[in-house]
Structures are given as C-alpha cells and as structure tokens.
Design a protein around this ligand. Structure first.
Ligand SMILES: C[S@@+](CC[C@H](N)C(=O)[O-])C[C@H]1O[C@@H](n2cnc3c(N)ncnc32)[C@H](O)[C@@H]1O
Length: 305
C-alpha cells in the first residue's frame, strides 16, 4: 500500500470523481503523474516493458480505418455503447489502454488498473481525458471501494496472474448490485497448437526482455510467411504471430513468450468461477473463453478475501 501522503488538494491529474472510488483517497504515492499502490511491477515487469515499447501499436486509428481494438472488445465482451454510456467501468489489467479508449469512446467513465508500468503508457495515451483515471495496482489488492462499478471487464489479464480463479474472485465485490463483469482468458482447447510454444516458453520466460525482443523482431518475417498457404502448415512448429501489421506481430509474439504466467482454461471451469462468486445471467461470448455474469440486484456477491 502507499506510504507517502499528500493533501488531496495537491493531486494533479486525477479527475475529481476518482476519490469517491478509492478506499483511502489520502494514500498517495505518485510517480510520473500516476498513483501507485504497489512498490514494483513484480512478475509483470515484461508487460511494463512491452506496453511502453509498443504504447500505441494497438490503438485504433479511425482515420486509417483501423478499428481492431473496437472489434476485439465487442467480440470478447459482447458490450456496446448501450452498455457503457454513462457507466462507471473498471478495466482490470488495462495495459496501454487500448480497450479503455474503446470504452471511453462509448461514453463510459473508466478506471484502468495494471500491476505493471504499462499504466504509464495508458496515462500517456489517455490521461488527459476527464473520464479516465489510471492506477498501478494489483488485482489481488485493489485500492477500490466495494460496490463502486456498474461494469468490470478484464481482457487477456487474469491468466497472467499466479492464480486466474483467485484473481477473478477478487472482482465481483467491486460491482454495484446488478452490475456486470466480463472476462476473457486463454482457452485450453488448442492443446496441440500450444505444445511447441509451451516448450519454448521454458527458455523465453527466463530470457532478458531486450534479447527476447530481438528474437521476436527476427521472427517477424516468419510470421509473414505463415500468412501464405504453404507457410500455414509450418506454424505449429514455431508459433509466432501472423498479424498483418509487422509491428503488431513483434508485440504479439513477445506478449506470448515473455510472461511468467500463462494459464489456459475451459468454458466449464470459468463458468464455475462465476457461480462460485454468486453471479447470475452467466453467458458465453464469441471467443473462447469469454464469459460474463451479473451481480444479483439484492443479494451480495460472495465476499471472499
Ligand atoms: C496481455 S496484457 C493485456 C492488456 C490489455 N488488457 C489488453 O488486452 O491490451 C496483460 C496485462 O495484465 C497485467 N497484469 C498482470 N498481472 C496483474 C495483476 N496481478 N494485477 C493487475 N494487472 C496485472 C499486466 O501488467 C499486463 O499489462
């Protein structure tokens, strides 16, 4: 938890509405404009590097007809402007803010939290928006008041923590009664496809981040080859991103091979977590494994710690 204290009038950069969501608004350790509730990015250091190296690669660019983050958000959450407009929303593991930007564009007020210095990239991208706030904090110890949020989403995050289920179970209490939560975690359906990368990850997760980045850059042309018909058959042997954008390919490949934790789950397992949390209206969304649920309007969600 933060140790340095400042008067709340000294706070620059946080929107005034944020204080009402914090457990202890007076607890402030601020570095580079962002409130920090952890001392370091811990096991998520590679993410801090990744999102500061590639701070804007995945931001949508409507002027260039690039809307992949918006499309991915819709596929993985099933949410649209009607669900977000005027809502107070928590983005758990916001990275550099690509999905926070989408939620903001749909009229939400967004708090983005991330364990790593990725929040610096998010703050750089979106920190000037009056409806956005970013905190460096751990999903296992969020400095946020219970029953604060209409909606929580977490895309591609919880499987990168030491325990996906336990990380998830920290979240429903932060929902207002009747609020919704949606998560997307890696699927365990593609076991064969994962065999080679699971083997390589034994080495890559121990590598220096800069060295791994150089390897991922070198693998860029291989990813381009996988976009051809003959190349497709080679990809299970050396799985690397085959995204059409070369920079995105490097980022995606690094994102796959660097993180210390990378758990995979199936639908039944994830739905069980939602039931354990006392959530209802549990739904599967378009991409495995994306699941949402609603906190009952009356009864409180399971209050685990
Ligand atoms: C693959 S990135 C996804 C970022 C963003 N949601 C996106 O899809 O662009 C996973 C993020 O989870 C964050 N993360 C990992 N463990 C976390 C934890 N315990 N608490 C909060 N964030 C965490 C990492 O720092 C990283 O930014």
């Amino acid at each position: 938890m933060a140790t340095d204290r400042e008067s709340s009038t000294d706070l620059i950069g946080d929107p005034p509405w944020l204080e009402g969501l914090l457990v202890d608004p007076a607890a402030v350790r601020r570095v580079r404009g962002v409130r920090r509730f952890v001392e370091s990015d811990s096991y998520a250091q590679s993410f801090g590097r990744e999102w500061n190296w590639f701070a804007q690669t995945q931001l949508d660019r409507p002027e260039e007809n690039r809307a992949e983050s918006r499309q991915t958000f819709a596929e993985k959450t099933g949410l649209g402007p009607e669900d977000l407009a005027g809502k107070t929303v928590l983005d758990v593991g916001c990275g550099m803010g690509r999905f926070a930007e989408v939620a903001l564009s749909m009229g939400a007020r967004v708090v983005g939290v991330d364990l790593s210095t990725a929040v610096d990239a998010a703050y750089g991208n979106l920190g000037d928006r009056p409806d956005a706030a970013f905190l460096q904090a751990d999903v296992f110890d969020l400095p946020l008041r219970e029953e604060s949020f209409d909606l929580i989403y977490s895309i591609g995050v919880l499987h990168h923590t030491p325990n996906t289920r336990e990380a998830f179970l920290r979240l429903p209490r932060l929902l207002k009664p009747g609020g919704r939560i949606v998560i997307w975690v890696y699927t365990s359906e593609r076991r064969i496809g994962y065999a080679a990368s699971d083997l390589y990850r034994r080495f890559t997760t121990r590598m220096d981040d800069e060295r791994l980045l150089r390897l991922c850059k070198a693998a860029g042309p291989i990813g381009a080859l996988y976009r051809t018909r003959p190349g497709r058959y080679l990809s299970p042997l050396l799985p690397v991103s085959h995204h059409p954008d070369p920079e995105w390919r490097v980022l995606d490949t690094f994102d796959w091979y660097a993180p210390r934790y990378q758990w995979k789950h199936d639908w039944d397992e994830v739905e069980e977590w939602f039931r354990t949390a006392g959530l209802e209206e549990i739904r599967r969304h378009g991409v495995p494994v994306a699941v949402s649920g609603r906190r009952p309007a009356e009864a409180p969600a399971a209050n685990r710690s």
